[in-house]
Write a protein that binds this ligand. Structure first.
Ligand code: ATP
Length: 294
């Protein structure tokens, strides 16, 4: 499999605190991958490691088959928008586009100019005169104009209004539709991710909690409802990820390893959001909770 990003036992420590630990993951080329996790889980750390802004404390990381630290050829092929979308405040939008053209080998000036016009950002406006959302749009446009093989976006739509978010996600989908671009984007907006992402990485307290293709993961997990149960094994259930009870009823979100045929349980499909929320509440990574709890 062609991998855009591959980490083995990757770790990053700040003084005594591990921001990322024992992190092994792959992002296959051509995927649009969601990087999800609570505040402080290590998402920005992973993205900053991927562009060489941070060095690993332990383990290895390969981006487009190469180690990111200081590799300028590699950086030419990677687009990155950091969480705070840093841009030179004194530059006009037009000057930023010109700078992009001078600094990048594969630069698409018409794309940048057309997109600015489409979203109503004047080319002669200085960055310092733009709103937070407009700055985010400019940063995203510059990243797209780079025509990168790998696009890394750290919470790209957090400051956009709902319409702008939807439009940006559509543009993102359009620009990766040829399958030549891999996208890894972190976000807390699960509804947006569900529409565009086909690969999922859930980080929780510096560790990888869940990883895989969205369709496979969604198919593999089910919600079960049935009469309130004592702890018992259910054929077809590999792990219970989340459980809740009322006086009469038990609801489970489970990882399956076969069909669930027990007529005591009603089986429902889950959404990406159900899955992410269940795994974020799941115990520490690797500690599978098997069987049906009381
Ligand atoms: N420069 C730093 N010095 C010390 N600790 C840091 C530094 N940067 C991040 N951390 C710590 O590393 C951990 C991971 O932070 P990171 O920014 O990667 O999380 P995140 O998942 O991106 O969070 P958020 O969703 O809030 O943006 C946190 O505990 C954070 O406090």
């Amino acid at each position: 499999m062609n991998l855009a990003l591959e980490a083995h036992s990757l770790g990053k420590r700040y003084k005594r605190n591990w921001a990322l630990r024992d992190c092994s993951l792959q992002v296959p080329a051509g995927r649009v991958a969601a990087l999800v996790g609570p505040n402080g889980a290590g998402k920005s750390t992973l993205l900053n490691l991927a562009v060489g802004l941070l060095r690993p404390t332990e383990g290895t990381l390969h981006v487009l088959g190469r180690r990111p630290d200081g590799d300028r050829d590699l950086l030419d092929r990677v687009g990155f928008v950091a969480q705070d979308t840093p841009l030179y405040p004194d530059f006009t939008v037009s000057e930023l586009i010109t700078m992009g053209a001078r600094l990048n080998r594969r630069w698409d000036t018409p794309l940048a100019r057309d997109r600015m016009e489409q979203i109503g950002i004047p080319l002669d406006r200085r960055v310092e005169g733009l709103s937070g959302g407009q700055r985010a749009q400019v940063a995203l446009t510059l990243a797209l104009a780079k025509r990168p093989e790998l696009l890394l976006l750290d919470e790209p739509v957090a400051s956009l209004d709902p319409l702008a978010r939807r439009e940006f996600m559509q543009v993102l989908m359009g620009s990766v539709a040829d399958g030549d671009t891999t996208v890894l984007l972190s976000s807390h907006l699960l509804g947006d991710l569900e529409r565009v992402c086909d690969y999922l990485i859930v980080l929780q307290t510096a560790h990888v909690q869940l990883l895989g293709g969205v369709d496979e993961l969604v198919n593999e997990h089910k919600a079960l409802t049935g009469p309130r149960r004592q702890r018992a094994d259910v054929a077809g259930v590999a792990a219970v990820i989340r459980e809740s009870h009322t006086d009469k009823q038990t609801t489970l979100l489970v990882r399956t390893n076969g069909p669930i045929l027990d007529p005591a349980w009603t089986v429902h499909d889950v959404t990406l959001e159900d899955l992410v929320l269940a795994y974020l509440a799941y115990p520490a990574p690797g500690r599978a909770v098997l069987g049906v709890a009381k």
